[in-house]
Design a protein around this ligand. Structure first.
Ligand code: ADP
Ligand code: MG
Length: 389
């Protein structure tokens, strides 16, 4: 689960991680009042959406007068903000954050994630603050300093010192940096975060470390331990089709290709997407209908997949283990009665009762149902049906 910058900063404040004074607001009147309350001669007006890269997209602006605060608030609120992370459709800005402007001496990056390879949390810092960290990692990985943290011992002083020296901090800056890193680690562990990112973490002209940006995502499996975090969920930031799927126990993730996928099992769903790619196509979604796929879930699956206007063909790839293929075949027929499926459906049903399933589909004589021999054949047919490579 993701939260907004302003919510992440509330948590930072609770943990004693320094942030500029700021407040989330909904209109330009409040923006001006808030700027006056905060004081100082410079303010940042920041779009609150779940995606990053807002600055480049015009969603973060600095104001030097109260009138400018109002102007920026008006232009940002209600805008459709397109960033590298929102995709081409962009995201509507419903809330903004007004915070005090900071005099930046240096910009750094600081983040924490779970490293799946070493199975421990990793803290990362870099002198390349304010840049896209993915780009830094790809082009100049030596500029990212990483320390692996044994969760039994926690983040150790020598590790913080090592990070500090490697990013060129002076001795006088080390004490504050130490506190900063310690608190960030504490928050990450306490909150069961899956990622915490501060980009940029700045050193101000008066030698203070301040988090100018804040991104936190939480491990969904641990949310039951954090009711206050669950309260922070902003449904308007989430893909409506994904929320709908969630209600029916389907795991759906929208992607930007044109081959809709309906698969049972997350592993098979992943390999289905790989094989579609291999055949030169692009999956429109990830969809795992789960182990207990039924006529109802299949129908709902079709409905959700078809909400995406890009979908030109649907590849149904079901392996009958516990679930029997003949049931799924009937489910597909039922589903096409309930949901008007206008695109070709390529069906690969393998495993328990697959022969019966083929018969059922053949006897239905539906001309938009195309049977596939196996996985590779199905992927090929689906890519062709969607308009080719
Ligand atoms: P994003 O990463 O989504 O673009 P940021 O919060 O990182 O958004 O803001 C973009 C840039 O705007 C930052 O890299 C920083 O240079 C500047 N900025 C953001 N907040 C402030 C602030 N309070 N004072 C001064 N500059 C800021
Ligand atoms: Mg940022």
């Amino acid at each position: 689960m993701k939260i907004h910058e302003y919510q992440a900063k509330e948590l930072f404040a609770k943990y004693g991680i320094p942030i500029p004074a700021g407040k989330m607001i909904h209109n330009s009147e409040e923006a001006m009042e808030t700027a006056k309350e905060i004081g100082g001669g410079i303010w940042a007006v920041k779009a609150q959406i779940h995606a990053g890269g807002r600055g480049k997209g015009g969603g973060v602006k600095l104001a030097r007068t109260i009138t400018e605060v109002k102007e920026h608030a008006e232009s940002i609120l209600g805008m459709n903000l397109i960033t590298a992370q929102t995709g081409a459709e962009g995201q509507l800005v419903r809330k903004i954050y007004i915070e005090g402007g900071v005099d930046i001496a240096k910009e750094f990056y600081m983040g924490m994630v779970l490293d799946r390879a070493t199975e421990v949390p990793v803290m990362m810092v870099s002198t390349e603050g304010g840049m896209e960290i993915e780009k830094v990692a790809a082009e100049t990985p030596e500029k990212i300093v990483k320390v692996s943290i044994d969760p039994l011992y926690g983040l150790q002083a020598f590790q913080i010192m090592e990070m500090g020296y490697k990013i060129g901090l002076h001795k006088k800056e080390m004490k504050e940096f130490y506190q900063f890193a310690k608190k960030l680690y504490e928050l990450y562990i306490d909150m069961d975060a899956s990622i915490v990112e501060i980009n940029p973490l700045v050193l101000t002209t008066d030698d203070k470390f301040v988090a100018l940006d804040a991104k936190i995502a939480f491990d969904d499996n641990a949310l039951y331990r954090h009711p206050a975090i669950v309260e922070m969920r902003d449904f308007s930031e989430e893909e409506p089709a994904e929320l709908e799927a969630d209600k029916y126990g389907l795991s759906y993730v929208k992607l930007d290709g044109n081959v809709g996928c309906m698969v049972n099992g997350a592993g098979l769903a992943m390999s289905t997407m790989d094989i579609i790619k291999h055949e030169g196509g692009n999956p429109a979604n990830f969809l795992d209908v789960g182990g207990a796929a039924s006529a109802v879930t299949v129908a709902k699956g079709f409905e959700i997949i078809l909400k995406d206007p890009n979908v030109k063909a649907i590849f149904v790839n079901i392996f009958g283990g516990i679930v029997r293929c003949d049931r799924i075949a009937n489910g597909i027929l039922e589903a096409t009665k309930v949901t008007n499926v206008t695109v070709p459906i390529i069906v690969r049903l393998d495993g328990t009762n697959s022969d019966e399933a083929s018969e059922i589909l053949e006897n239905a004589h539906l001309n938009n149902i195309i049977p596939a021999k196996d996985l590779a054949d199905g992927a090929k047919l689906a890519v062709e049906a969607a308009g080719g490579r």
